[in-house]
Ligand binder design. Structure first.
Ligand code: DGJ
Length: 749
């Protein structure tokens, strides 16, 4: 059991040798955080670490500074975790300790809230602490689960009204964490369409700082995850925290530095445009937040998050299965395709070794452009006279799996669905609806709408042998309102929309358990921990440019595992940037993820098709590493002039690894440079084979794990030196052009 309760000192110690959280009941019944972070020995009291002389409350000297459930109105003037309005309109509640339970395993969250799980009781332990507010009868139950194998704690909160009058929940954070100092840098992951999850790294400063979404989805602008790191922390060493929210809707992720130099982290539902009335007897549960700690740098932090999200948030048969190499027709054809053209593309895809053919947008209604037909999930026989079934069979007859694109939460004003049910599109009666991409969002807070879509999309999937579904979501929510909710419950709208979306996922994945779902939202606008519970992989970004992808995949990798990152090779000039990078360079970047192609293989030169064959072979031979290996960031594309990046994947037993180094532009007279790698066995010898194209490797050489980690692989001069060139002769004068890469394959000798 990794949770101990000491009744003498009124302390809980959640500890697994990798991290410790020590919480205590304070004399006033509040719950204090005495310590969170580095592992401490079980047994001793750590109450002395909790501050005794907090100077913040003028007339309450002695109150604690680090709280598990901060509330407003009682002298802690920092941002609260819980705000509840009582029947008299006051917003003062004081939840005090009444009871706790220590449970083996991890109970599921109610309803459809996505959450991590334990496959057997030994994998996690859970502490539930009940805190009651006398006057309102509100009970807040804090849930903290610690995993046995990872320095990760999952937190959520359940609120139940045991009183006689309605209360209204105005703020209910999934997690807060009070840290005793402000020597931190905050990293959030921000950007826009086609440049998602760029790390933004700044020192914390007095006051509040952070990110959030009020778009109805987690968004491409900011991600529901953050990192706090010590200023000296690097990828390889030092202390850091990572936090992710298992929620695909509106969120808030922020840090507040108080006037005594403490740092409070908050993660949860965005309190703006949120209010949840609780009638007597009713309850409400927040989404789950995961808090990971590392004393060994940022890559180790990411490795813990990758494990917990990839192995215990993702579910279903595809969680651990090799993900197929796919070919998606979107950038190859856009809306301009028919049965024969798709079958020809699939045949070429098969010849290159691809395993899954995906038909993207444009197969239904009269969808010749993006201004119509969303909601009319009936195949367009003009393009596909044999229907989806005929196409799927033709594709599968070639030995490929078949996948289909859907965008189930949307409706086009020009659609039969909208003409029949205009009230199913989100909007405020009597006001105009804002269109985006000529489409509207369906009201998934209305169960009748979810029912209809479950039937319509379910019929499509059932109508043909479909192995994979790409679930898109191409606009955000405006004019939030559901006529199915009474006026005083409209504050529930955004939450209910997200739950309605999860409900559809649940129904479809239950009905079609073997289908692999990939989530997508204009690329990466709903790339979050919550969606992984149904869709174990997501389209990382609409930007397929390899240089941009170095940055996007680097940023995404802080929280999310490679198995969750859809990464495709597309045609040049790149459709997002116009850049022309070599085919092998594009593939060498996309291989670090769930790999595929997004182009028309029939339009390629034979030499390029041959290159694709080699790339697919290279990838599939090492697929377990590329999808499920331990990912380590080595050289950041955000540092220096951003001209280089390096990362690696390695097996758990350190017997194999692939190390990648990328250089965008070539400069003359390069400095001497070796790339030190990590995660190998220092006592082992490794056979190293370097690939600078997928045509043929350079001669294999052998190095010790100690040397590779302490000194590194030769980048300049290159290791090994290309044949016919002596080190020192013209090694430093070699000009090899722009967009170069080196993939080092390492195997224990
Ligand atoms: C946005 C997605 O990100 C693309 O991959 C593609 O599916 C289009 N939507 C289709 O409309």
């Amino acid at each position: 059991m990794s949770i101990a309760w000491n009744p003498e000192t009124q302390e809980w110690h959640l500890g697994n040798g990798l991290t410790s959280w020590v919480l205590g009941v304070l004399p006033n019944g509040w719950i204090g955080i005495h310590h969170a972070g580095a592992p401490l020995a079980a047994g001793p009291s750590y109450a002395h670490l909790g501050p005794h002389d907090f100077r913040g409350f003028d007339n309450r000297v002695g109150e604690p500074v680090a709280l598990a459930l901060p509330v407003p109105g009682l002298g802690d003037f920092r941002v609260p975790a819980l705000v509840v309005e009582a029947a008299d309109g006051s917003q003062v509640v004081e939840p005090r300790y009444v009871a706790h339970r220590i449970l083996a395993g991890k109970p599921a969250l109610p309803g459809l809230l996505p959450a991590t799980y334990a496959e057997d009781e030994r994998e996690a332990d859970t502490l539930e602490i009940d805190l009651a507010d006398g006057p309102t009868g509100l009970v807040a139950t804090l849930s903290l689960s610690i995993f046995r194998d990872w320095p990760v704690v999952a937190r959520s909160m359940r609120l139940k009204n045991f009183g006689a009058a309605r209360v209204v929940v105005r703020t209910a954070m999934s997690a807060t964490l009070d840290l005793p100092d402000d020597d931190w840098r905050l990293v959030t992951f921000s950007g826009a369409w086609a440049r998602e999850r760029m790390p933004v790294d700044r020192p914390v400063v007095p006051g509040r700082q952070g990110v959030g979404s009020l778009r109805g989805g987690s968004g491409n602008e900011h991600n529901p995850s953050l990192v706090l790191r010590r200023p000296a922390t690097t990828e390889a060493a030092g202390e850091c925290w990572g936090a992710v929210l298992a929620w695909s809707g509106n969120f808030l992720a922020e840090a507040e530095v108080g006037h005594f130099g403490t740092t409070r982290l908050r993660l949860g539902l965005h309190p703006e445009q949120f209010a949840w009335p609780l009638e007597p007897g009713a309850s409400f549960t927040t989404p789950e937040a995961l808090l990971a700690w590392s004393g060994g740098g940022l890559s180790a932090l990411s490795a813990s998050l990758h494990e917990v999200l990839g192995r215990r948030m993702a579910r279903g048969p595809w969680r651990d299965r090799p993900r197929p190499v796919l070919l998606n027709n979107w950038e190859g054809t856009y809306f301009d395709f028919d049965h024969d053209r798709l079958v020809a593309m699939a045949a070429e895809a098969r010849a290159t070794g691809a395993e899954l053919f995906v038909l993207d947008d444009g197969w239904f209604g009269r969808r010749d452009s993006d201004d119509r037909s969303l909601g009319d999930w009936v195949v367009d026989r003009r393009k596909l006279p044999q229907g989806i079934d005929g196409l799927a069979r033709a594709v599968r007859a070639q030995g490929l799996l078949f996948g289909l694109w859907i965008e189930p939460e949307m409706v086009s004003p020009d659609s039969d669905l909208f003409r029949a049910h205009p009230d199913w599109a989100i909007g405020v009666p009597g006001r105009r609806r804002t269109e985006s991409r000529q489409q509207l969002v369906l009201d998934f807070a209305n169960p009748a709408v979810v029912d209809h879509v479950a039937g319509a999309i379910g019929d499509v999937i059932a109508s043909a042998p479909i192995d994979y579904v790409k679930w898109d979501w191409n606009r955000f929510i405006t004019e939030p309102y559901s006529p199915t909710l009474p006026p005083d419950r409209q504050g529930e709208f955004f939450y209910r929309y997200t739950i309605g979306m999860y409900e559809l996922y649940e129904r479809l994945t239950t009905r079609f358990p073997d289908v692999l779902f990939e989530s997508c939202a204009s690329g990466g606008a709903r790339f979050d921990a919550g969606i992984l519970a149904w869709a174990p992989q997501a389209w990382t970004s609409d930007d397929t440019d390899a240089v941009e992808r170095l940055r996007i995949q680097w940023g995404s990798s802080f929280a999310y595992p490679l198995s969750s990152m859809g990464a495709h090779v597309s045609a040049v000039p790149n459709h997002q940037t116009g850049r022309v990078a070599p085919l092998d360079f594009r593939a060498a970047v996309a291989m670090f993820g769930a790999f595929g192609y997004e182009l028309d293989p029939t339009a390629m030169r034979e030499a390029d098709r041959a290159a694709v064959r080699r790339q697919v072979a290279f990838y599939t031979e090492r697929r377990d590493l590329f999808q499920y290996g331990r990912f380590t960031r080595l050289r950041s594309p955000f540092e220096g002039d951003g001209n280089e990046a390096a990362w690696m994947v390695s097996s758990a037993d350190a017997s194999r690894a692939v190390v990648a180094h990328y250089r965008v532009l070539q400069h003359p007279w390069p400095h001497r440079d070796r790339l030190a790698v990590r995660g190998l066995d220092p006592a082992a010898r490794y056979a190293v084979t370097c690939w600078t194209s997928f045509e043929a490797p350079m001669p294999t050489f052998e190095r010790g794990g100690d040397e590779l980690m302490a000194v590194g692989l030769g980048i300049e001069p290159p290791d090994p030196m290309p044949e016919g060139r002596e080190a020192g002769a013209d090694g430093h004068r070699l000009v090899r052009g722009d967009f170069t890469f080196r993939l080092f394959d390492l195997r224990r000798a």
